[in-house]
Structure formats: C-alpha cells, structure tokens
Ligand binder design. Structure first.
Ligand code: HEM
Length: 414
C-alpha cells in the first residue's frame, strides 16, 4: 500500500493531486495550491515538499543542506546497496556506481573539477557547428514530410547524438543506451512512486551501463582519444577510481540528454500551444536565447531536487530538524508570482529571468551552457527551416514525476 491509498485527509487530497499521473499534463494548478496552502507539505514518506521560490533558494544555497541518504534497494532480481555517499554496489558482481551529483563537498568539488573544463561556455561553443549539422540532418527527414512525432524524430535524437559523441561512445555501441537512460531517469522519481520492477530496472540499467563504461574506460586508458571518457581516465594521472569514471559517465548520459530532450520537446509543445509566441520567433531570431530561458522557467524539465537538513536549522521562520528530507519543486518555484509577474503566461520577451531550471548553488547544472546551446540551435533550426509548425494530434506525456517530459508530440513541419 502506498501513502496515496490511505483514507483521505486534506493533506492527502493535495498529495494525491500532486502525485496523480493525470497531473503530469498540467501540474501547475497543484503547485499554486501547495505554495498557498501547504508550503511545507509532508509527502507520503515524510519528505517535506517545498514549492516557494524563497524557501527552495534557501535550501539550494545554504550550507546546512546537503546529501545524506543511506538506502538499500532490495529487489528480487538482485541486491543493491546504496551507502551514505550514494555508492551503489552490486553484491554479486562487486561493481559499484556512485555520482558526484549526490555527494557533498569536498568529494563533490574534487570530482566536479575533473570535468568542469569540458562544459565551460567557451568549450561548449566549439560544438555549435556539430549541433547545427545534426539538427539539419534530422530536419532533412521531417520537414514537409507530413505529420511526425517531434520527440522521436528530433527532440530526443539530437541531444542523444551529441552526448554520445562527447563521451566517445561509438555509434555501433549505442543501441542499449535509450533503455538504460529511460530506466535511470524514471528511477529519479521518489521511491514511493516506483514499482518493484521499476526499482529493479533502474538498478539493472545502472549496473549494465557501469559495466559498459568500465570496458570503454579500459580501452581509453590504453588508447586515449579526444573524448570525455579519456579525459576522466587520464585526469591527474589516473586518480579517479573505475567506479568514479563509470558513474560520472552514467550521470552525463542521463543528465546530458534526457533533460535536454525534454526541454526541446516542452519548448516545441509550448510554441504549438501559443501561435502568437511562435510568430514572434519567426519574425525576430534574436529572441531565441531569451526564449530558451523562458521555456526553462515556463515548463521546467528537471522538476525536483532532494536535499537533507544536515543540522537543526530553519527555512524562513520554519524550524527544520536535522535529518529532514526536503524535496524542492523547481517547477513550482519557477511559477511563483512573488518572483515572476503573471507566472502562468508564456512570454518569450520576459527579461532578467532568475529561474531555477538548472538549480542553484553547489550543484548548479554543470551542463547548463551545453543545454542552452543545444536548445537554442534546435529551436532556431526548427524555425529557420519551416514556414509553420502545427499540432497534428494530442501530445502524450511521460509518466515521470521528477524529469518532466513528453513521450509523443505529433507535429506538421511545413
Ligand atoms: C535542459 C537540460 C538540463 C536541465 C533542465 C538540467 C537540470 C539540472 C538540475 C536541476 C541539476 C541540479 C541537481 C541538484 O541541484 O541536485 C543539474 C545538475 C547537473 N547537470 Fe544538468 N540539466 C540539463 C542538461 C544537462 C547537460 C546537457 C549536462 C551535461 C552534459 C548536465 C549535467 C549535469 C551534471 C553533471 C549535474 C550535477 C552537478 C553537480 O552535482 O555538481 N545537465 N542539472
């Protein structure tokens, strides 16, 4: 039995609405209610769910909040343990997976430093030509081709190809990657929303992906190339452990394309629903980069980040005991009227956006410059190569709670 099946109380009614799969289509009315009625809402597993911009910003930037989440993922298929530093170990194979995303300084600082230079604005700008080439190659097949699913034909494959090239994964090895990254991305949802099969699928996918990257790293150790795997294995004369290399690659695989694919799909969906805003992009190309910031605010792909109170502390006036688990709803913060006037309006000319779409503080998205560039190129090429974009049927939403996105977006590009 999950918390959602308990006898209804007012709190549970809001929780049921929040986690109801039908709310994925438009979660924002529930987010408004949470901010107004229950800004420190207790989820079914006791996690505090935060929805106000100011509270979330306090948690993301304050030193008294971080990662501390020992948990064991016990499944029938395999036994996997996650320790205090987020290390997953398969007891049978001894393979380990950890990620700097779920670690605190100083381990976090050390691991993040190894790859940070690959993601600076300047390093990423060198990828522009390649991103344009991939976008155009994909558009060659779908412009003037009648109705297509824009997710399958464009939003998903573009960032997928780019992250595989960055990591150095050859095309012939890529077939299992979409299944792995879907399973891992779904596994980012709170455990009480996942079935045993989904938990097992996530664990299996992480361990299979770790085994793959372990082998690729061995290859690159002997024969380095110009790719991220080579950078990682040769960092500081090979200072990273094999588990650290594999886990960092897995994090890039998932963070690097699932969320960018979602943003490109959600941006396209928003444009199809707002023809006036779409016209603005046709008439004024210089708006595109600003538009991407508004897409990140208006319909945020990465909806949740989780932290734990490391000491007894407060958020605003609210006392928070040490050990309290906190889930911040970034999409709710991004529609907070205290910060964004008329927050439910898509306005591509909105300036000075302080959205939290890439989080804030220590864990601010490392790939933000790449995600911005890919989405700017994707939207721009979509507009430059067409005269109109029109919906060709209802969109279908993914079931994911934490990584919001579309499964299908039927579109005509003419
Ligand atoms: C639109 C696309 C993207 C969105 C919405 C997004 C969102 C986020 C968010 C919200 C976090 C913060 C998690 C937290 O505070 O706990 C994050 C972290 C991260 N993202 Fe992204 N991301 C995107 C694209 C990318 C790309 C393209 C890459 C790399 C190729 C990437 C790599 C990372 C990494 C490595 C972290 C962990 C940073 C750390 O813990 O220090 N992301 N991302």
């Amino acid at each position: 039995m999950t918390g959602l099946e308990k006898a209804p109380t007012p709190g549970d009614e809001l929780g049921a609405a929040l986690f109801d799969p039908t709310s994925r289509v438009d979660p924002y009315p529930v987010f408004h209610r949470l901010r107004e009625e229950a800004p420190f809402f207790r989820g079914p597993d006791g996690t505090w769910i935060l929805s106000r911009y100011a509270d979330i910003s306090t948690v993301l930037t304050g030193p008294r909040f971080g990662y501390r989440e020992p948990r064991a993922l016990r499944t029938r298929a395999l036994l996997v343990e996650q320790d205090r530093d987020g290390l997953l170990t398969d007891r049978d194979s001894g393979l380990s997976v950890s990620s700097f995303m779920t670690q605190n300084p100083p381990q976090h600082t050390r691991l993040r430093r190894f790859v940070a230079s690959a993601f600076t604005g300047r390093a990423v700008a060198r990828l522009r030509r390649r991103i344009v080439e991939h976008a155009d190659a994909l558009l060659d097949d779908i412009v003037a081709a009648g109705p297509v699913d824009l997710v399958e034909t464009f939003a998903y494959p573009l960032p997928f190809r780019i992250i595989c090239e960055l990591l150095g994964v050859p095309p012939e090895d890529r077939a299992p990657f979409p299944e792995w990254s879907h399973a891992i991305a779904l596994g980012m949802d709170p455990d009480f929303l996942l079935s045993q099969e989904e938990v097992a699928r996530r664990a299996r996918a992480m361990l299979d992906a770790a085994a793959y990257f372990h082998e690729l790293a061995k290859l690159r150790r002997r024969h380095p190339r110009e790719d991220l795997v080579s950078t990682l294995v040769h960092a500081e004369g090979g200072a990273l452990s094999s588990a650290e290399v594999s886990s960092t690659c897995i994090m890039f695989l998932v963070a690097g394309h699932e969320s960018t694919a979602s943003l490109i799909a959600l941006a396209s969906h928003a444009l199809l629903a707002h023809p006036g805003q779409l016209d603005l992009l046709y008439s004024d190309p210089s708006l595109t980069a600003n538009a991407v910031e508004e897409f990140l605010r208006y319909d945020t792909p990465g909806q949740t980040v989780v932290r734990t109170a490391l000491t007894d502390t407060t958020i605003g006036e609210e006392p928070v005991p040490a050990g309290t688990k906190l889930m911040s709803l970034l999409g709710a913060a991004n529609r907070d009227p205290e910060v964004f006037p008329d927050p439910d309006r898509l306005d591509l000319t909105r300036g000075g956006s302080r959205h939290l779409g890439f989080s804030q503080g220590t864990h601010f998205c490392l790939g933000a410059a790449l995600a911005r560039l890919e989405t700017t190129v994707a939207v721009r090429r979509l507009i430059d190569r067409t005269r109109t974009l029109e919906p060709a049927g209802p969109a279908r939403w993914r079931g994911n709670f934490s990584l919001r996105g579309l499964a299908k977006l039927p579109t005509v590009l003419a």
